[in-house]
Design a binder for this molecule. Structure first.
Ligand SMILES: *Cc1c(COP(=O)(O)O)cnc(C)c1O
Length: 380
């Protein structure tokens, strides 16, 4: 089956008890047992719930994975991956990470004796310089947030295999529609389902997809033991959102290209980050590993003044000034004070997150309205 068909049907069959076409919201914490331990596959809903199981199967199929696990947030799913490690272990990761991931690594897990190396991964060979006998994992995001760095997943997977490291990829920005890291050699794919997969800015959720049975058994154990599992209502909302993922992504990419091309020639714009431009660093790799370039665009302003960025952000009428991304509605965000405020100034500026940087999550509205909105706000 192809992607769009899987998005609508994978993991879902008419409910055997009633014939309901939509997977019911099994709003129950516990399940009847005929005699102790004898049940129909479900005992207690932290471990397993049928609405969640349908979603986990659907997501796994979209990533070309055997196994899927859904978490109560993207951060909950990253937390489970880090718990595969032991004190003394080291992780090699990028220098432009989602702010919350950076905060979890440095402010939570560094205290448990784990060491994180934040390096420039645009050239995958850089990774080799940081591998030692304590290295256990490579954690990468591509495209990165917010400067759209493209990391070569296949090259990283080769290095990971050579040194027996786990390669985990945060695939939130691409969504399974644009990129499938497992097919490129990654071991674990992570999603903030909150973003494109949910797609309607109404749910917080995370997910992991993978093929390796041993890793899955460990992660499923952590999932149930630590308990960051989502409820059935949220699972239902995501099952519903996912049905249009392929259609939404097409429009995100179409609108994104038109807006990126408009911004590229605008006299007030200094740097523009969108992986679809031939002069974007690693554009050739983006072309190779992604189906299209997505609707995430960042730009900085000439003169680099925060007040100019604030004025633009507050003048938007169709774009909403808010954190998050990937929903049907267009959003604008000021990373330095919003999504990336937890990263020290020197480090964020090194990664390109300067005071005038603005990030757009281009939605699926009529693109002419989005263009008009940007025009009036840039001239405000
Ligand atoms: C939002 C986001 C996360 C965290 O996910 P939550 O669902 O907010 O917990 C992780 N990585 C990336 C790239 C994100 O955009």
């Amino acid at each position: 089956m192809k992607f769009g068909t899987k998005a609508i049907h994978a993991g879902q069959v008419p409910d055997p008890s009633t014939g309901a076409v939509m997977t019911p919201i099994y709003q129950t914490s516990t399940f009847w047992q005929e005699s102790p331990g004898k049940h129909q596959g479900y005992a207690y809903a932290r471990g397993k719930n049928p609405t969640r199981s349908a979603l986990e199967k659907c997501l796994a199929e979209l990533e070309g994975a055997k196994y899927g696990l859904c978490f109560s947030s993207g951060m909950g799913s990253i937390d489970a991956i880090v718990k595969l490690l032991r004190p003394g272990d080291e992780v090699i990761t990028g220098d432009d990470l989602y702010g919350g991931t950076y905060r979890m690594f440095t402010k939570v897990f560094a205290h448990f004796g784990l060491k994180f190396h934040f390096i420039d991964m645009k050239d995958a060979n850089n990774i080799k310089k940081h591998v030692n006998d304590k290295t256990k994992m490579i954690w990468l995001e591509t495209p990165t947030n917010p400067t759209m760095q493209i990391i070569d997943i296949e090259a990283c997977a080769k290095i990971a295999k050579e040194h027996k490291l786990i390669l985990a990829v945060d695939n939130t920005f691409a969504s399974p529609y644009l990129q499938n890291p497992l097919a490129l050699g990654a071991d674990i794919v992570m999603h903030s389902v909150t973003k494109y997969i949910g797609g309607h800015s109404d749910v917080i959720m995370g997910a992991l997809c993978l093929n390796d049975e041993k890793l899955y058994t460990e992660l499923a154990f952590i999932h149930n033991s630590c308990g960051a599992t989502p409820g059935p209502m949220d699972s239902f909302l995501v099952l519903r959102g996912i049905k249009t993922l392929h259609i939404r992504m097409e429009r995100h990419c179409y609108n994104g290209r038109i807006i990126a091309e408009y911004l590229k020639t605008h006299p007030k714009i200094d740097r523009l980050y969108w992986p679809g431009f031939p002069d974007h660093p690693n554009h050739a790799i983006a072309k190779k590993q992604m189906k299209d370039f997505g609707g995430m665009i960042s730009f900085s302003l000439k003169g680099n003044k925060q007040e100019d960025a604030f004025r633009i952000a507050s003048s938007m009428k169709v774009f909403t000034l808010a954190e998050s991304l990937g929903g049907v509605e267009s959003l604008i965000n000021h990373p330095a004070t919003m999504t990336h405020a937890s990263i020290p100034k020197a480090e964020r500026e090194h990664a390109g997150v300067v005071d005038s940087l603005l990030r757009l999550s281009v939605g699926i509205e009529d693109v002419s309205d989005l263009l008009d909105d940007l025009k009036q706000a840039l001239n405000a």
